[in-house]
Ligand binder design. Structure first.
Ligand SMILES: C[S@@+](CC[C@H](N)C(=O)[O-])C[C@H]1O[C@@H](n2cnc3c(N)ncnc32)[C@H](O)[C@@H]1O
Length: 369
C-alpha cells in the first residue's frame, strides 16, 4: 500500500510505503529484539543499548534498559526531585531552577556516556617517575617539576615541553599571570621559578581551603572562575593581565565564561592557555566528541572566525579583524595568542626578465552570486 507522506526537506509530498502501519505489534517487537541482539557487536561497551540503524543514537522511547539506567543514575536526586516537581512544596524558585538544571545536566551527561561509551580509566595514565621516563622530558619546566621537593604540583608530563615553547619568551619579564586552579599551590611555585621574580603571579580557586596559601605562594583569591565580577576585581588588583592559565574546573561552561571575561583584558602579545582540554570528551565535564559547547568545539569555531575575511560576506578591513593571532591545539592544551590584526595583502617581490614585482595587492573579498 502506498500513501503520500509530507517530506520536510523538500516540502513536497512523496510516495512512501506505510509498512509500519500494517505490521502487527508482535512483528514490531520481534524486529526490535533482533536489532538489540545484533547491536551486541557494537564496539561500544554499552553496545546492547544501540540500534545499529539509528546511527549510534540511543532510541530512547523504545529502549526499556536505557530508561532503567537513567532511573538508576538519577536515584540520588529522587528525594529532592519529588519536592522540585511539587509546586506547593516550600522551595525557593532559585533552588528549584538549580535542582532542575543539575537534573537535566545529569541526564545529558548520561546520554553522552551511553552514546560514546565510557572514557578510558583515568588511572590507566598514572605512572611512577623512573629515570627512563624522566629522560623523555627536558627543558626548564621539566627540571623544575622533577626537582620539586615542595608543595605538590600535578601535571601531565607531556605538558612540560609545551610550557617551555609557549612561555619561554616571558622568562625574566614583567608579566602579569593569572592561574585559575591553585589546588596545593605547587604550580604557583613552579611558575615563580620558571618566570622569575619580575613576574606578578596571582592564583584563583573556588576552594576556601586554598586561602591560607595566600601568604605562602603569593596572592591567592577565593572565588569561582565563572564569576565575572570576581575575575574583574582580581585583574584590577593585578594591574592588568598578560597570561592566563586555566587549570580550574575543566567544565565547559566555566572555561568559556572565564575566557569571555578575561580575553578582552589580556594585553597585546598576551597568551591564554587552557589545560586538560581532553575533558572536552568526558561527559562528566559537559564533554563529548563533537558535542556543542565543549572548549575544543568553541576554539574550532574561533579558527573559522579568524578566517572570516576570506569567507562570503567577510570584509578585509581593520574593523572586521579579530584580535586572535593564533589558536594552537596541543594534546590537552589550547593556547590562544592575542595580537591586533591588520587587513591582509598578497604581494609579489623579486625580478623576472627585468620586470620588478613590488606591488601590494589588496585581497578582494570574494562575492557570493
Ligand atoms: C587540577 S586542580 C589545579 C592544579 C594545579 N594548577 C596544579 O597544577 O597543581 C583544579 C583546581 O581548580 C579548582 N576549581 C574547581 N572549580 C573551580 C571553579 N569553578 N573556579 C575556580 N577554581 C576551581 C579546584 O578547587 C582545584 O583546586
Amino acid at each position: 500500500m502506498t500513501v503520500l507522506r509530507f517530506c520536510r526537506s523538500s516540502g513536497r509530498a512523496t510516495p512512501s510505503r506505510r509498512r509500519d502501519k500494517i505490521e502487527t505489534p508482535r512483528i514490531q517487537q520481534t524486529r526490535q529484539e533482533s536489532h538489540l541482539k545484533s547491536a551486541g557487536s557494537c564496539p561500544n561497551n554499552r553496545g546492547q543499548l544501540y540500534d545499529p540503524r539509528s546511527n549510534g543514537r540511543p532510541r530512547l522511547a523504545k529502549d526499556r534498559s536505557l530508561i532503567k539506567i537513567l532511573k538508576r543514575t538519577l536515584r540520588p536526586s529522587n528525594e529532592n526531585w519529588g519536592r522540585v516537581c511539587d509546586p506547593t512544596a516550600a522551595m525557593s524558585n532559585k533552588r528549584r531552577t538549580f535542582e532542575m538544571k543539575s537534573f537535566l545536566k545529569r541526564i545529558e551527561a548520561k546520554l553522552w556516556t551511553i552514546r560514546l561509551g565510557e572514557p578510558p580509566c583515568y588511572t590507566s595514565f598514572r605512572a611512577t617517575v623512573t629515570d627512563k621516563l624522566r629522560r623523555n622530558y627536558t627543558g626548564k619546566a621539566a627540571s623544575i617539576f622533577f626537582e620539586n621537593r615542595g608543595r605538590i604540583i600535578h601535571k601531565w608530563l607531556h605538558y612540560l615541553p609545551i610550557y617551555d615553547s609557549l612561555l619561554g619568551c616571558y622568562r625574566q619579564a614583567d608579566v602579569r599571570v593569572l592561574e585559575i586552579g591553585v589546588s596545593k599551590g605547587g604550580s604557583l611555585d613552579m611558575w615563580r621559578k620558571f618566570l622569575g621574580d619580575r613576574a606578578t603571579i596571582f592564583g584563583v580557586d573556588n576552594n576556601p581551603e586554598c586561602a591560607p596559601l595566600d601568604t605562602q605562594t603569593g596572592p591567592v583569591r577565593i572565588g569561582s572562575q565563572d564569576d565575572v565580577d570576581f575575575l574583574l576585581s582580581v585583574v584590577k588588583e593585578m594591574g592588568g593581565l598578560d597570561i592566563v592559565l586555566d587549570d580550574g574546573s575543566h567544565i565547559a561552561c566555566h572555561q568559556r565564561a572565564s575566557f569571555e571575561t578575561l580575553w578582552p583584558l589580556i594585553s597585546e602579545g598576551g597568551l591564554y592557555i587552557v589545560e586538560d582540554t581532553h575533558t572536552a570528551y568526558w561527559p562528566q565535564f559537559e564533554g563529548g566528541l563533537r558535542r556543542r559547547g565543549t572548549i575544543i568545539e568553541y576554539f574550532k569555531n574561533k579558527v573559522d572566525h579568524m578566517h572570516k575575511h576570506y569567507q562570503a560576506g567577510g570584509s578585509n578591513t581593520p574593523e572586521a579583524m579579530t584580535d586572535i593571532e593564533s589558536v594552537q591545539f596541543f594534546d590537552s592544551i589550547i593556547a590562544i595568542r592575542k595580537r591586533k590584526q591588520f587587513p591582509r595583502y598578497t604581494v609579489m617581490t623579486g625580478e623576472t626578465d627585468g620586470e620588478k614585482q613590488t606591488n601590494a595587492v589588496m585581497l578582494e573579498t570574494p562575492r557570493c552570486s
